[in-house]
Design a protein around this ligand. Structure first.
Ligand SMILES: CC(C)(COP(=O)(O)OP(=O)(O)OC[C@H]1O[C@@H](n2cnc3c(N)ncnc32)[C@H](O)[C@@H]1OP(=O)(O)O)[C@@H](O)C(=O)NCCC(=O)NCCS
Length: 173
């Protein structure tokens, strides 16, 4: 049986391993480690089969800076399920739980950069349709998505969406 819960200190190494295995490189795992040190406002969930961490999802603060208004929400990244456990609904459960928790905390939006075939099933839509652009050049419109959780807080919000600086730093390494 798969259980989803917030990460605990003892999960850290296993979370690193799951990210490395799923992405086949250390960059995403390193972002998670970096953010854990520098950013207190994370939501980090693990999927467990018994004691084994088989999936992980991280949400960190993200902001949208428009001409007239700046607003803070969350960015989904990274998300990883161990290859042997993929396509069994674990990723779906991690995302749904994360969305539920952030909604109940009053988070106005979640952004994600990722597979355009995957995230719309959870309500994500192309951010460009809301006049919201990624901070990174060359990101295809359909890959940069937003889930609006608080319509009234998001009214009139447009501009550039930014993840925490740790994402940029990791990309330059
Ligand atoms: C993306 C990922 C987290 C999904 O986890 P999961 O537990 O396999 O997801 P679920 O079982 O809930 O959903 C499976 C669906 O995800 C989609 N999916 C999974 N991997 C995908 C991929 N690489 N590209 C596009 N869609 C993908 C498929 O539509 C699949 O549905 P199907 O089985 O009906 O075809 C997992 O595949 C993974 O760790 N991938 C490698 C790392 C990664 O790409 N992370 C996301 C960065 S945006």
């Amino acid at each position: 049986m798969i259980i989803i819960r917030e990460e605990r200190k003892k999960d850290r190494e296993a979370i690193r391993a799951v990210n490395e295995k799923a992405f086949g490189q250390p960059a995403e795992a390193s972002i998670v480690d970096k953010l854990r040190k520098s950013c207190p406002a994370l939501l980090s969930l693990v999927a467990l089969d018994g004691d084994e961490v088989v999936g992980h999802i991280l949400f960190s603060p993200a902001k949208i800076e428009g001409d007239s208004k700046a607003i803070e929400g969350m960015g989904l990244a990274p998300m990883a399920v161990q290859p042997a456990w993929q396509r069994q609904g674990i990723g779906t459960r991690l995302i749904k739980r994360g969305i539920e928790m952030l909604r109940s905390r009053g988070c106005p939006f979640i952004i994600v950069l990722g597979h355009a075939e995957y995230y719309p099933r959870f309500g994500f839509v192309s951010a460009s349709g809301h006049g919201i652009a990624s901070q990174w050049d060359g990101v295809p419109n359909e890959a940069f998505m937003i889930l609006i959780l608080d319509q009234s807080a998001m009214k009139g919000v447009s501009g550039v969406a930014r993840y925490r600086d740790e994402f940029d730093e990791a990309m330059q390494e």
